[in-house]
Design a binder for this molecule. Structure first.
Ligand code: PMP
Length: 300
């Protein structure tokens, strides 16, 4: 089997040799930002939007990404090409870099960029047909004035803790509320509910990442003539919704059929959810950055 190549600040190295310093503040303190991006048949879906979010996250934590957007796009595309991938998952990480043991980032002179691209095992088809189960968890979403959930930082402990709670409850995903009791998101996906034909999703200021898939679904729903509102809602609204679904790079659009042991609708993926999933899949191969453009020899 050929090696997997990983981009690390200026060079492509073999997976086995892709190591970073234990003094990197990304490792010591979770000081850095990242993106998870998907490639569909050679199309890096919504690459522009992912990079905008990456630069915004970095700006928020005063981390200078030492590459401009065009260079970064090319590095990401080249990482996909080098690994001869068509359908893949990409992880872009920018850490504060190597410093001393103190948490002050001024000791870190060079932020580090890592790009990993690997073949993606798709979620099984049965999961989309069956839907997923959620449980609301006791850990609350980070308050936006503590650690803004809009920043996709390397500090994912909040999300990890709720994922563990969901595992303990024996369900697929956590339903996270904010400190006021309003619904925010899952551990790694945004949430939507459908009631009497209107689609609702929480505003991100309540405590949610501004998901790229979330935004794509908002655009598609509006394009297809659905009424959509970004509006706060509670667990009760979720329990009595006609449909509930999650969105995310990994999950795409997936139905939720049970929340806190309440059956949602008739307990099966709903028509709006299925419609939006099929519309979403139509744009995944076209909306984005083409890795193998016409003048680029296709190697696989
Ligand atoms: N919320 C959180 C906390 C996430 O980690 C993710 C995954 N990036 C999402 C929502 C979904 O965002 P996206 O559609 O950009 O993958």
């Amino acid at each position: 089997m050929s090696s997997q190549w990983i981009y690390m600040s200026g060079e492509y190295v073999k997976k086995e040799e892709a190591v970073i310093s234990v003094y990197d503040h990304g490792f010591l303190y979770g000081d850095g930002v990242f993106e998870g991006i998907r490639v569909y048949e050679g199309n890096i879906f919504k690459l522009d939007e992912h990079l905008k979010r990456l630069y915004d996250s970095a700006k928020s934590i005063m981390l200078d990404i030492p590459y401009n957007k065009e260079d970064l796009e090319e590095i990401i595309a080249e990482t996909v090409r080098r690994n001869q991938l068509e359908t893949a998952y990409i992880r872009v990480v920018v850490s504060r870099g190597k410093g001393n043991l103190g948490l002050d980032p001024t000791s870190c002179a060079n932020p580090r960029l890592v790009v990993i691209a690997e073949a993606l095992a798709l979620f099984p088809k049965e999961l989309y047909e069956r839907g997923v189960r959620l449980a609301s968890v006791s850990s609350r979403r980070n308050r936006p004035d503590v650690l803004p959930p809009q920043v996709k930082s390397l500090n994912y402990l909040n999300n990890i803790l709720v994922k563990m709670e969901a595992n303990q409850a024996g369900v697929d995903e956590a339903l996270m509320l904010n400190d006021q009791g309003y619904v925010t998101e899952g551990s790694a996906d945004n949430i939507f509910i459908v009631k009497n034909g209107t689609i609702f999703t929480p505003p991100t200021y309540l405590g949610a990442l501004e998901g790229i898939t979330r935004n794509a679904i908002i655009d598609l729903a509006e394009e297809k003539g659905y009424k959509l509102k970004e509006q706060p809602f509670t667990r009760h609204d979720v329990y009595v919704a006609d449909e509930v679904f999650l969105t995310g790079t990994a999950a795409e659009v997936i139905a939720v059929v049970e929340v806190d042991q309440r059956k949602i609708g008739d307990g099966k993926p709903g028509v709006v959810t299925n419609h939006l999933l099929s519309e979403f899949r139509k744009v995944t191969t076209t909306d984005g950055y083409k890795v193998y453009s016409k003048d680029q020899a296709h190697v696989s």
